[in-house]
Each structure stands twice: as structure tokens, then as C-alpha cells.
Write a protein that binds this ligand. Sequence first.
Ligand SMILES: *Cc1c(COP(=O)(O)O)cnc(C)c1O
Length: 231
Amino acid sequence: MDWETLLKENYLRILENIQRACEKSGRKFEEIKILGASKKQTSEKIKIAFKLGIKLFGENYVQEAEKKIFELKDFPIEWHFIGRLQTNKVKKALNLFSMIQTLDRINLAQEIQKQAEKKNLIVPVLVEVNIGKEPTKGGVYPEKLEDFIGEVKNFNRIKIKGLMCLPPYEEDPEKVRPYFMKMQKIFEKIKTYMNSEFKELSMGTSNDYTIAIEEGATIIRIGEALFGKRS
Ligand SMILES: *Cc1c(COP(=O)(O)O)cnc(C)c1O
């Protein structure tokens, strides 16, 4: 089967699943943004997904993204960074991405602030939460989150737009639900004292996005369920 047909089938299936999850949880379809998690997928497939209606894509590696963003420069795509960001890549990342979804360290915030000042930019970010407290993963531990956000608020070039997480992988997505529920609770609490720009909750991947929607996600990040296996 050709990529057009395959991606279209995948996309329609995803839309149906989103619709069903929204009905089940009393949410509106328009509240959910699909982010195509396009690491290790070709520009050609991203282009097909864009033409199907996905306008937002996320990349994990600055160098890989740079090449693809250049190849796709004629398409009005919104690009978010969703990988682990090294401080020495911040300068380049700010040229490429309209949002950094993975802010999780003060030294990273400092570097974003520094580079944003030079470029006269305001940088929208999500704070990544290590909701499963996995030592191998990035993200701020839940109990440190409010202090961290308090510190980041001092950086006037950084706008905190919400939270992001990548919970532990479980074959049975129902086992991920408690992590999403916990995220939603933390999100709602922090929202009470942030301004109205704090509104995004980025969670859910191919395996568990319907559960994430039921538990309050506003951005779902879908890779293989949309594009097929990564090469
Ligand atoms: C790769 C990736 C995804 C998408 O994962 P799939 O299982 O392919 O849907 C989502 N979020 C992040 C941070 C990723 O690195």
C-alpha cells in the first residue's frame, strides 16, 4: 500500500478514536490538538500528514529536525520540540521551534532566557513532569514541580503554557490511566494561580491517547499509530 492510503487510514482511525473518547468523557473534539510525533519519519510522510489536516508536529532531535524543517519550509507547519534538550542546542532550537515542550531544568531555563534575550524572543514552553519518577527519563519530579515553576516565573523571556509528560510504557493502556489522572490533578491545581495562558496538558502517545483524552489532555502526541513504524 502507498503512504497516502496508509496514513489516511491511520488518520481517520485516530479521528474516530478521539471522537469516541470525547463522547465518553463529555469533552469537545475541538479541545484536542493532534501533534504528529515525527522523529525518524521522512519529510515525505510529514507532508502527507499535513495535507490530511495535521498542522502541528513534534521533533526530538535538533539536527534531524533542522533538515526536515528546511525541506518542509513551504508548508505552514507548527513545530514543537519534544525531546531532551541539551543547553548547547538551545540557540538552534529557538530558530526552529515555536514551543519547547520539555523544560525540566533551571540551567536549561537560564540558557533559553539568555538566547531569547539575544534574539528578542518570548519562548512558549511546557514544563515536563516525570510523573512515573523514572530515573532514566527527563522531567521534574511531581513534588518539586511547584517550586520549579515558581523559579521559572522569574525568567521574563519564558512563557509557561502548561505541562507535558511521558508516563511509563504499559502494554495495557488502562495501567497508564492513574498517571494521567495524577497529571490532570496537578495541572488543575497549578492552573488556579497561573494566568490564562497556562492551558495545555500534553500527554498521550499512540498506545494510550484515548485514555489521556479522557483524563484531560489538550495535546496528544502520536507517532507510530499515524506514520507507521519508525525507520
Ligand atoms: C516518540 C514520542 C512520542 C510518540 O510515540 P508513539 O508511541 O510513536 O506514538 C510522543 N512523545 C514523545 C516525547 C516521544 O518521544
